[in-house]
Write a protein that binds this ligand. Structure first.
Ligand code: ATP
Length: 770
């Protein structure tokens, strides 16, 4: 490093020290404020009832009491809220102490003669008087130039207008524990050196934030404010998930006061992924958005109708049951149920139901039909046809509740009630006695009292027994949704193989099995009939791994969040479901027809070393378009062995050598859960290894065995493909690609007897045969 740089290093370190000192001072002040608030909170809590005037004598007094309590509790919650904000600020200061900034641009604004040094960090820091920025938050408008421009002319937009000027210098820093470790002056993009440094690190069981090295095209995703629907199509490892999470942080900053983390929802591929990304936002001083998987959502909406197959079991079926005689029909069925045509058919069914065809269930109590389904049908269709189906259902419910109350009265004189009364506890009798006494006192004629007590007990017994029935009417269980869903398969339809699809669907529903492909259409019909369950509080929905959503599912999600903007992130080459079934995904065509849609394409990949990218790109169409980040590494290896036992031996040796090389997260990726379990059973006594299954919530460092479809979205230092010969069909190419692209530093493939025919797609010199 030149002398000037040495001098600059000294100056930068001096600045860091000053900033840390400033942060320390702010921290002390904030802590004092926090202590004061904590003692306030404690005091309010201990004196709460002393400071409240309670007087219940007159209505006016009651109102006054109410307001007095309300005032005190508001005071308490306001203090607690402030304490929460301070805790968050302390958390951010703590991070700034470790690394106050990571970037700098020297910007000369047009018309000015002083070049301003703009330091950029994970949060803003003001000077003592709170007048000037010492550090700018990476999300501030001015910071956008750091990501968008190289030295030279540049501009940035603020709500009050555009500012032009020139970037004289762009610099990046690596600061750890307040010590400057490295510093780079960068050119066109956020420097290669810095990225090299970051990407050479080991994979983590938790994703990291990328704010210091966001690339220009990723920045476009993060800061996009205009698109109602933003579609990001990016190759494996191009930073889609990273961009999504930094975008959440950006939106929380940009719309502070208007939206908070509760107004943002992320649909992620599985629960393992949820925990993988959980630390990114807190690392940036923000709270996590709401997060769910589509599967969890469906589970919450389908209660007791059927046994619901999940997406993972569907995948297992698709990958392991090709010889099943119904396999082809099911494929057709999956394809059709993914389409918007099927949605239209359900809409048509919904229209028909306005005039006829609703199916109800008898309301039954102790095997006695209280209201027949025909009576409910009559009542339903006697209501004004102009009223919507959900509103009519509401009216039916109210009517049924009244009918139940009538039946409850009649039931009290039935013999079974008398019988049950005899088995009541002493406590129940006492309760009856007390209630009657409290109500209007006992009379002198004890005989009459006895009758009253009996009547009360009868009422109590019947009420108790009717509770479940009331509850089920309240929950609209009298509507037979499942049968109405089955009816759809009796409608006329020109779809190819409709008869076969219908027969197959009805058969499995009759067996009380609901396939995954039926789940969304079923919930959609349910919403048409019972009323839509939309979430109007959500302002922004993110769908990661969007390639695995069908057009039907996407359209359904859009209706669930009517006031929300959407960001879809996906990679058509990782469309493992549609790859196997050849069904449409939302990323193909459907979304581009939406209004106010913007599409951003990412072709550069950051996860894997260059040799790994050169190997994996062979597996996909147009793979040559993928740009690898120039990170050196070893070529992937392939070893073909004779049998399972030899494979076991080889795996043990391979894992050992990877561990010796210092790799901490090593994944043995299998094609299915079945294969994973088999691999686990054979290896668990030979090494420390963990099996990842569909319900696994988190994983730790070490060696794990995982089915390819659960490894989606996450990454590992080294990946071992258990047996490539299992990926024999072209339909499994995307799954194979997804599995191989999980590797950051090393990729090793094994095959029993023969190698996968898919390997023919890869140039021989892209891997080493050992
Ligand atoms: N600008 C960046 N700076 C540093 N690291 C980055 C950057 N962009 C992406 N990465 C890293 O590249 C890896 C892949 O990123 P990410 O998981 O977000 O990609 P993805 O497109 O969602 O991948 P996939 O579709 O394969 O799941 C991560 O380790 C991430 O930290």
């Amino acid at each position: 490093m030149s002398d000037i740089k040495e001098q600059e290093l000294v100056e930068e370190q001096k600045l860091i020290n000053e900033l840390v000192q400033m942060v320390n001072q702010k921290e002390v002040k904030l802590k004092q404020k926090n202590n004061k608030i904590s003692s306030d909170v404690l005091e309010i809590k201990t004196t709460f009832w002393n400071d409240v005037t309670i007087n219940m004598d007159e209505p006016d007094d009651i109102i006054e009491t109410y307001y007095s309590i309300k005032q005190q509790s508001q005071l308490l919650s306001e203090r607690e809220r402030t304490r929460g904000i301070i805790d968050k600020q302390l958390n951010v200061l703590n991070r700034l102490k470790n690394s106050p900034y990571f970037g700098r641009i020297d910007f000369l604004e047009d018309g000015e003669n002083i070049t301003e040094k703009i330091y950029i960090g994970i949060a803003s820091l003001m000077d003592k008087k709170d007048e000037n920025f010492l550090i700018y938050d990476w999300r501030a408008p001015i910071s956008s130039m750091y990501y968008d421009y190289s030295p030279g002319p540049a501009n940035y937009e603020t709500p009050s207008g555009e500012f032009n000027g020139e970037i004289k210098l762009k610099r990046q820093y690596i600061i750890r524990n307040a010590k400057l470790k490295a510093m780079f002056d960068t050119g066109v993009t956020i420097g290669d050196e810095m990225l090299q440094e970051v990407l050479a690190n080991q994979a983590d069981t938790q994703m990291k934030s990328i704010v210091a090295t966001i690339q220009k095209e990723q920045n476009q995703i993060i800061r996009n404010e205009k698109a109602k629907l933003l579609v990001v199509q990016g190759v494996a490892g191009s930073g889609k998930t990273s961009a999504a999470l930094q975008r959440v942080a950006y939106l929380l900053y940009r719309y502070r006061g208007k939206i908070n983390s509760e107004n943002i929802m992320l649909f992620s591929p599985n629960t393992l992924f949820n925990s993988y990304v959980a630390t990114v936002l807190p690392e940036l001083g923000e709270e996590n958005m709401k997060q769910t998987t589509f599967q969890e959502y469906l589970n919450s909406r389908i209660h007791r109708e059927c046994f619901l197959e999940d997406a993972y079991d569907q995948m297992e079926y698709l990958l392991t049951t090709q010889q099943d005689e119904e396999y082809e029909t099911r494929m057709e069925s999956i394809r059709y149920k993914a389409s918007l045509e099927f949605k239209q058919l359900i809409d048509q069914h919904g229209e028909n139901l306005k005039m006829e065809g609703m199916i109800f269930q008898n309301v039954v109590f102790r095997r006695k039909i209280l209201v027949t389904k025909e009576e409910i049908y009559q009542y339903f269709y006697n209501i004004d046809p102009a009223i919507s189906i959900p509103n009519k259902i509401e009216l039916v419910r109210n009517w049924l509740m009244k009918e139940l109350k009538k039946s409850m009265k009649l039931e009290q004189s039935e013999d079974w009630v008398q019988e049950e009364i005899q088995y009541l506890d002493k406590e129940d009798y006492l309760e009856a006695f007390n209630t009657i006494e409290e109500k209007d006192g006992f009379s002198k004629e004890s005989f009459n009292d006895f009758d009253r007590e009996e009547a009360y007990l009868a009422q109590m017994v019947v009420k108790q027994r009717f509770k479940r029935l009331f509850n089920s009417v309240k929950k609209l269980r009298f509507v037979n949704l499942l049968d109405m869903y089955k009816r759809i398969f009796m409608l006329e339809n020109n779809t190819l193989k409709w008869n076969e699809i219908s027969k197959f669907s009805v058969k499995s529903l009759n067996d009380m099995n609901m396939t995954y492909e039926d789940a969304t259409p079923f919930v959609y019909l349910q919403d048409l009939i019972l009323g839509r369950n939309s979430d109007t509080a959500i302002r922004h929905v993110f769908i990661d791994e969007a390639q695995d959503y069908s057009p039907f599912q996407f359209s359904f999600i859009q209706q669930l969040f009517p006031f929300s903007k959407m960001t879809l992130l996906g990679d058509i080459n990782q469309a493992i479901y549609s790859g196997v079934t050849n069904s449409e995904t939302v990323l193909e065509g459907t979304v581009s027809s939406e209004n106010e849609t913007e599409t951003i394409i990412l072709t550069k990949t950051y996860r894997s070393t260059k040799p790994i990218v050169e190997f994996t790109r062979g597996l996909i169409d147009n793979g040559e378009k993928i740009e690898a980040f120039n990170r050196p590494g070893k070529k992937p290896t392939l070893k073909v062995i004779n049998d399972f036992w030899e494979l076991e031996k080889n795996l043990i040796i391979k894992v050992q050598s990877l561990q010796e090389n210092g790799y901490k997260t090593i994944a043995i990726i299998c094609k299915t859960a079945k294969e994973s379990k088999m691999a686990y059973d054979s290896l668990k006594n030979e090494m420390t290894v963990r099996l990842i299954e569909k319900g696994t919530l988190a994983y730790e460092e070490g060696t794990l065995i995982i089915p390819a479809y659960l490894a989606k979205g996450i990454e590992f230092d080294a990946v071992i493909i258990f047996d490539t010969s299992q990926y024999a069909r072209d339909e499994e190419r995307k799954l194979f690609y997804t599995a191989c692209t999980r590797a950051m530093h090393e990729l090793h493939l094994f095959s029993i007897e023969t190698r996968s025919p898919l390997l023919k797609l890869i140039p021989e010199d892209a891997f080493e045969i050992i």
